[in-house]
Design a protein around this ligand. Structure first.
Ligand code: SAM
Length: 241
């Protein structure tokens, strides 16, 4: 009988130790959320991004889950980060700016060329958009697919391994197209897969690149140059021409 009481007390002791002191600091989830809120106010709103749905999505998507373990401590820093295979996850501000320039609304369908980590696709999905994303490096496509699925974005994002130069004609026309690798010239098939009123947001150039927004009008295309940028080059067919 006495032995049974001791066992019970030991179990209670072990449980209460696990729950920790009442004054413990913020959990990892809470501190990551704080970092994200700072990222949005200091890097993104401060530079003029105003679209409420973009800002909300950037506050919500756990960017640290899209970077390799060795980069987690820098996940909310104001810069791109390596994701392996000599590729990068874009700087948070650039992801927000491109999402704003795409001017999408819930229910739209967007083509992304250059899935990379899957982060840009998750931000768009969080905005209520269906995303079709193409990645030329197979292990990156597989890894992004797994991350998006773990985080519950699988229904909103379809990832395909391949060269995005020719777009995804079976699903065209798109309400918007976001390209996250720079070709020397705008790929013509991407312009042709844009719906009237839709925007193609794309970095273009070899050494010096400009972020362009191409809008399809009833009569043709209108092109705006937004800011100078530096993206990884688009590989595959874009380099053959
Ligand atoms: N959007 C990504 C993210 O959120 O992590 C960032 C992408 S990274 C800057 C550019 C990506 O474009 C790389 O993963 C690269 O392999 C991919 N890429 C380059 N050329 C491509 C092509 N022709 N078709 C599809 N993906 C391509």
């Amino acid at each position: 009988m006495r032995r049974a009481v001791w066992v019970a007390l030991l179990v209670i002791g072990a449980c209460s130790q696990k729950s920790g002191p009442a004054h413990a600091g913020p959990s990892e989830t809470e501190s990551r959320e704080q970092e994200r809120l700072h990222m949005v106010s200091r890097q993104i709103e401060a530079r003029g991004v105003r679209d409420a749905r973009v800002l909300q999505a950037m506050r919500k998507v756990p960017r640290h889950r899209f970077v390799p373990g060795s980069q987690r401590g820098h996940a909310y820093a104001d810069r791109p980060l390596p994701i392996g295979h000599q590729q990068t996850i874009s700087q948070p501000y650039i992801v927000a700016l491109m999402s704003e320039l795409a001017a999408v609304k819930p229910g739209d369908t967007v083509l992304e060329v250059g899935t990379g980590s899957g982060y840009q696709a998750a931000v768009l999905a969080e905005m209520g958009v269906k995303v079709l994303s193409i990645e030329i490096i197979e292990p990156l496509a597989k890894h992004a697919k797994a991350t998006l699925s773990e985080l519950g974005y699988a229904k909103m994002v379809e990832v395909r391994h391949g060269d995005g130069y020719s777009g995804w004609p079976e699903h065209a026309p798109f309400d918007a197209i976001i390209v996250t690798a720079a070709p020397p010239k705008i790929p013509e098939p991407l312009k042709q897969q844009l719906d009237v009123g839709g925007h193609l947001v794309i970095p273009v150039g070899k050494h010096y690149q400009s972020l362009l927004r191409v809008t399809r009008t009833k009569k043709g295309f209108r092109e705006e140059s937004v800011i100078p940028v530096r993206f990884v080059p688009m590989t595959g067919k874009a380099q053959e021409r």
